[in-house]
Design a protein around this ligand. Structure first.
Ligand SMILES: [Zn+2]
Length: 118
């Protein structure tokens, strides 16, 4: 689904220009340009194949690394996957996601903290 520049602005500034998951700085002008520094996309928190909606509350700005690692998983499944991974890289990413959550108070944080506390 293509987004208008105004919508991209809204998503970008909703996090002050950081990946909603890991907190990495993203670059407004590098939306959808994976080869550029700070490239980002709009991620479905719950993907469309899991009945996730196209409404704003289900959409967040995400860096390419998070988006490609999460792929078609729901946020809940992805967090569990990272937390229980045998790779320290995944566990470190989950720790970043937890830390970045301090900036927000919403359902996304609720899910992340739920997995942290399992
Ligand atoms: Zn990220």
């Amino acid at each position: 689904m293509p987004y208008t520049e105004d919508q991209l602005d809204d998503f970008y500034y909703s996090t002050d220009g950081y990946c909603r998951y890991c907190g990495k700085k993203i670059s407004r002008i590098n939306y959808g340009s994976p080869e550029e520094i700070g490239a980002w996309v709009i991620d479905h928190v719950n993907p469309k194949n899991s009945r996730g909606s196209n409404e704003d509350h289900n959409l967040v700005p995400a860096c390419y690394r998070c988006n490609s690692k999460k792929h078609k998983k729901t946020l809940l499944r992805w967090c569990r996957f990272l937390k229980n991974s045998e790779y320290s890289e995944d566990i470190k990413l989950f720790e970043k996601i937890i830390k970045n959550c301090k900036k927000y108070r919403d359902d996304i944080c609720y899910i992340i903290r739920q997995v942290r506390d399992e």
